[in-house]
Design a protein around this ligand. Sequence first.
Ligand code: 5HU
Ligand code: ZN
Length: 170
Amino acid sequence: MTVESGKRQDYIDWDEYFMAVAALAAKRSKDPHTQVGACIVNEQNKIVSTGYNGFPLGCSDDEFPWQRDGDFSMTKYAYVCHAELNAILNNSGQNLKACRIYVVLFPCNECAKAIIQTGIKEVIYLSDKYAKSPNMQASRRMLEAASVKMRQLKVKHKSLTVNLDAEACE
Ligand SMILES: O=c1[nH]c(=O)n([C@H]2C[C@H](O)[C@@H](COP(=O)(O)O)O2)cc1CO
Ligand SMILES: [Zn+2]
């Protein structure tokens, strides 16, 4: 195919861009097992907020447990704030009605409740590794009932490199 304008062809599309932003946010997570990132986008394709899984403000990553097993209060599950909820709470007061949320992992039932209640209309996800768990099934059921669209993203670019070497930009 000839492209008369001579524009670059290997650019990423909107879906890949926003999912990559979610994946980059996930890099901030201190969770040693699963790093999740989320990116909320409005109808004008503007990023409204991002978030990743982490402990609430004031709860030190070095003092609270990152363990998966043991007494509930000694595991991360008692404390960690999910990426989707953080993204919802991090937005600077904008109405999230009709926004989309890009997440690297399909949202759990608790995040699904927050997604529905804020009016987000579509969930775009990459991994569905916990699809069989009861809380993911409950999540799917609620999102379906609330007519929130769900779509697993099939990407053209499986890996993207971000070069932070100043000399590489020259
Ligand atoms: O929707 C989600 N969003 C999210 O941020 N998380 C976080 C919570 C935990 O820190 C981690 C899941 O940990 P694990 O895979 O070890 O059970 O991912 C988990 C889910 C799905 O359960
Ligand atoms: Zn969740």
